[in-house]
Write a protein that binds this ligand. Structure first.
Ligand code: HSE
Length: 439
């Protein structure tokens, strides 16, 4: 028997909103039985009647989001509009009215999170955002509470389902980039503007959120070095595979001494690594805690029902009061923590994969290896296939660890060689766990 009712205003009823409506309708009695709370959808607000979902006649539809928020029967506002425009104004309105907010909006949290968290605190309310990173995977709850005993040394993950789907299809099925992207859009996990996915920005925003909690620091989006998969060449996927690696778009945050380094870029990971086996739209987040050691969270990081699952878990936390308690008492969110001390990107070290298009003539490799040697960069492997074209041949080199600065300098010099006929391709190789496990 429900002893309490939580009234909900849902703002936005697209892919994820539809999933929330579905769960609240189909699991209403289960949720009531588990929590003793009746979660009641009071309003479903969309921009215009054209945006009404197919089941609109069975829902409390409105185009007046402000009235939906202001209704005294609304306890929780779920913002699923996305972006930093209208969504920001509506979230502010809800918080100023003392209403709790649930959001999946990583852009809003990455860009204006600090301001909104502080506003929630000022108005004695709360923002819950489990669905903003990792979709249905309860990684934010884990970082906030499950791992609270740990100093987190590193966090790295596949946090964009669209990019992972594209790379998986290109690697496993030989699909073209365009074909895989079109399919990801059809399946409903790509952003409205897929440039956010493929340029790495979506991953960077998720890293801002996860890193801020994991490292208890204020992180700005501009602190994250960001490279996407949009410039990746299919031949590098094939060369990586010959060497025993797969290419994934990784979001990586790590402590380097007293500093933090944060980056998103495509990376080669050994095919036997767990992350290498994360395919399709799945996400996985590897965390290194000083007490726990290495742990991995794996699951669906995007899509209608997985993301709705996380939204409803936030609703339950608010209904029970545990989310408010944690929000008030844990000093780990980025309106309360100091600014991150960032490591200069040039100082960050990793292994590298280089692909050079070189003239097939005597002395070319000697020139290249001399430059790398002079930069203090040691080679780990080198591979050249017999030429099928008369003038140039791809040469693939992997290196031992070197700094970004040393590599950038060496690449500049290599690119200037008259025997190198195209801009060198440089990707990082990530060897977890040995790179990240501190003892
Ligand atoms: N576009 C995102 C992705 C959706 O592909 O992962 C979830 O944030």
């Amino acid at each position: 028997m429900a002893s309490k009712t939580i009234g909900i205003a849902l703002l936005g009823c697209g892919t994820v909103g539809g999933g929330v409506v579905n769960i609240l309708a189909q699991q209403r009695s289960l949720l009531r039985q588990r929590t003793g709370i009746d979660f009641v959808l009071r309003h479903v607000a969309v921009r215009s009647r054209e945006d009404y979902p197919p089941q609109a006649d069975k829902l409390p539809m409105t185009t007046d989001a402000n009235a939906a928020i202001d209704d005294p029967a609304t306890d929780v506002v779920i913002e699923l509009i996305g972006g930093t425009g209208a969504a920001a104004a509506l979230v502010r309105r809800a918080l100023e009215a003392g209403k709790a907010v649930v959001t999946a909006n990583k852009a809003l949290l990455a860009v204006r999170g600090r301001e909104l968290l502080a506003l929630a605190r000022k108005n004695n309310t709360v923002i819950a955002f489990e669905a903003s990173a990792g979709g249905g995977i309860p990684i934010i709850e884990a970082l906030k509470q499950g791992l609270v005993a740990n100093r987190i040394d590193a966090l790295l993950g596949i946090v964009n389902g669209t990019c992972n789907f594209i790379l998986s299809q290109m690697t496993q099925n030989g699909w073209s980039y365009a074909q895989a992207l079109a399919e990801a859009q059809k399946l409903g996990f790509a952003e409205a503007n897929p440039a956010m996915d493929v340029e790495g920005k979506d991953s960077a925003q998720k890293l801002v959120i996860l890193g801020s909690i994991a490292f208890n620091a204020q992180i700005d989006e501009k602190d994250v070095h960001c490279e996407g998969i949009d410039k990746l060449d299919a031949q590098d996927i094939n060369f990586a595979s010959e060497l025993g690696y797969v290419i994934k778009l990784l979001a990586i945050g790590e402590r380097v001494g007293d500093h933090l380094a944060l980056r998103v870029h495509p990376a080669l990971i050994h095919h036997k690594e767990l992350l290498a086996q994360v395919n399709g739209s799945f996400n996985a987040i590897s965390v290194y805690g000083h007490a726990l050691g290495h742990a991995l969270w794996y699951g669906r990081g995007a899509g209608r029902m997985p993301t709705a699952s996380a939204v409803v878990s936030d609703l339950v936390g608010l209904g029970l009061g545990t989310t408010q308690l944690a929000f008030q008492q844990l000093n780990i969110l980025w309106d309360q923590t100091p600014p991150a001390q960032m490591l200069a990107f040039d100082k960050l070290c990793s292994r590298y994969y280089l692909r050079l298009q070189a003239m097939d003539q005597p002395g070319v490799l000697a020139q290249v290896t001399t430059i790398l040697g002079e930069a203090g960069i040691s080679l780990s492997a080198i591979r050249q296939h017999e030429a099928h074209t008369p003038d140039s041949v791809p040469v693939v080199i992997t290196t031992h660890r070197a700094s970004e600065g040393a590599m950038r300098h060496a690449l500049q010099r290599i690119g200037q060689l008259s025997t190198i006929t195209a801009q060198p391709v440089c990707l990082r190789i990530i060897d977890q766990p040995k790179e990240f496990a501190n003892g």
